[in-house]
Ligand binder design. Structure first.
Ligand code: GLU
Length: 504
């Protein structure tokens, strides 16, 4: 019987989710949705030392922003819950006991100090078939000794008893067959009495089994753990329902050497986290959302870091679901290309209606103190500037002069564009514009041009100075579009101010 596809994204809440983790989740999502399967959020929080408050909410908010919905999991519920590992202690205890009873695991009392001594004594020491006989564990101590140690409250761990010289094969959908010999593995700790909690390995396997996970798609940093996981499935007799593995390659620094880190982001000025994160010390890490990215763009560019569909680049989530293929994911790392990320964002920005963009711009305007501008005006501004915008934050940079008169004039432009006879020209221009009844861009343009023609002025001289007076520097869209939006009164006022102030 073929099973329903079920995949999980299983982050540990140890800090803000890295953008590489978001890509892992996205690939899980695309894979599941293509097969009409389930996408599950499981929080792997059994390492209490690394737990960071707020990290779980951060994860949930990230996927809400991106619009990637979980079918089950923390924050959603579902019949395989609880989905937070810290709430599944009793379940793990039961499976640890099962391994102890079947002789596939054993109890070990060695203290950290004792282990340290062994490490000094034996070069490349590892706790395994070749050394476990010389250690303090339930294989070397009598049953009575073990019982009395436990009864007297001595702390212990449960270790997986790995048989040496077994061939372990991991079938990876991206990397093909990976074979190793079990002798290289150590007897991993599966459970600790001190906190009554399993380690990552045990919890991960038990949950994947109980939650009927069919495919494990995760970062390549977990590939070294995969043989151990295969052996755990074998020890539990769950091999028939063992998930298929797919280990994704790393996201690399833009230069291509090494894993993309927060420091690369700081160094090159781009976020490596989906949302802004403020840590306990108050240090701020920037996020894609706050940097002015649209979720659709983030999804699109992340999907193409390590996977491609030929030449097709601009793809909606629906299209990605249609064409995604895990087998086509690259084995080698994908270089992070920040310029490309911006390019994608620009494409999605220009696809939005002016109305939608106006609504996204409004909060920025409110923050700048221009909350009373009409949506209609904002929409007109958007129409004029959106081609120049890559990030939502650029909207302000490209349009502030629609909302506020210049408070100063760019020095270089003044030197270059404000000549001796400019004030006289600007006075004439002001009087001409003041007399226009129809202040549409086209009417202003024809009136101004015919005046320039009659007066023998140079078009460039007049228009450059006009722009300096209205905008404060030499930037912005078509001049008469700007003055049409700000209106006659404001135009005249700005001209007067410039005539009065520039060059004085
Ligand atoms: N908790 C692991 C992580 O933080 C999950 C690895 C896996 O998907 O098996 O990435």
């Amino acid at each position: 019987m073929t099973r329903k596809t079920r995949v999980r994204f299983a982050p540990s809440p140890t800090g803000p989710l890295h953008i590489g983790g978001v890509r892992t989740a996205l690939y899980n999502y695309l894979f599941a949705k293509q097969r009409v399967g389930d996408f599950i959020l499981r929080i792997e929080d059994t390492d209490s030392q690394r737990f960071v408050p707020g990290a779980e909410d951060y994860i949930i908010n990230t996927f809400e922003w991106l619009g990637l919905k979980f079918d089950e999991g923390v924050g959603v519920g579902g019949k395989y819950g609880p989905y937070r590992q810290s709430e599944r202690k009793d379940i793990y205890r039961k499976y640890v006991n099962q391994l102890l009873e079947s002789g596939r695991a054993y109890i070990a009392f060695d203290t950290p100090e004792e282990l340290e001594i062994k490490r000094k004594e034996i070069p490349n020491f590892q706790y395994d078939a070749s050394t476990r006989d010389g250690m303090r564990n339930s294989l070397t101590l009598s049953a009575e000794e073990v019982k009395s140690l436990i009864d007297s409250g001595v702390q212990y761990v449960v270790r997986f008893k790995i048989e040496p010289n077994e061939e372990v094969v991991v079938n990876d959908l991206i990397r093909g067959e990976v074979r190793i010999n079990s002798s290289i593995l150590d007897d991993k700790v599966l459970w600790k009495s001190a906190d009554q909690l399993p380690t990552y390995h045990l919890a991960n396997i038990v949950d994947d089994h109980l939650m009927e996970i069919t495919h494990v798609i995760r970062g390549e940093e977990w590939l070294p753990s995969a043989p151990l996981h295969v052996l755990l499935y074998r020890a539990f007799n769950w091999e028939d329902t063992m998930p298929q593995f797919a280990h994704l390659s790393l996201l690399l620094k833009p230069e291509g050497n090494g894993k993309l880190s927060k420091r690369d982001g700081d160094r090159l000025g781009f976020p490596v986290f989906p949302l802004q994160w403020i840590d306990a010390q108050g240090e701020v890490s920037s996020g894609y959302r706050e940097a002015g990215y649209l979720p659709e763009a983030v999804i699109n560019f992340l999907a193409l870091l390590g996977w491609s569909a030929g030449d097709e680049e601009l793809m909606s989530l629906e299209r990605l679901i249609e064409v995604f293929s895990i087998e086509k994911c690259s084995k080698s790392g994908a270089r992070f290309d920040f310029e490309k990320a911006k390019w994608f964002n620009h494409q999605y920005i220009v696809q939005k209606s002016d109305r939608e963009l106006a609504e996204m711009f409004l909060p920025i305007l409110i923050q700048k103190g221009f909350g009373d501008v009409s949506v209609h005006t904002v929409e007109r501004v958007i129409t004029l500037v959106k081609d120049r915008v890559s990030l939502l934050g650029d909207l302000w940079e490209q349009s502030y002069f629609f909302f506020q008169a210049p408070t100063e004039y760019d020095e270089k432009t003044v030197k270059k564009r404000w000549k001796e006879d400019t004030p006289k020209q600007m006075i004439e221009l002001r009087d001409l514009l003041a007399n226009l009844n129809d202040f549409s861009a086209s009417n202003q343009e024809s009136a101004v041009k015919s005046w320039i023609g009659d007066s023998g002025y140079k078009l460039g001289d007049v228009m450059n100075a006009f722009r300096l007076a209205i905008v404060g520097e030499s930037k912005g869209p078509h001049m008469f579009d700007i003055t049409e939006v700000i209106g006659k009164e404001e135009t005249i006022e700005r001209l007067n101010k410039a005539i009065e102030n520039i060059g004085k």
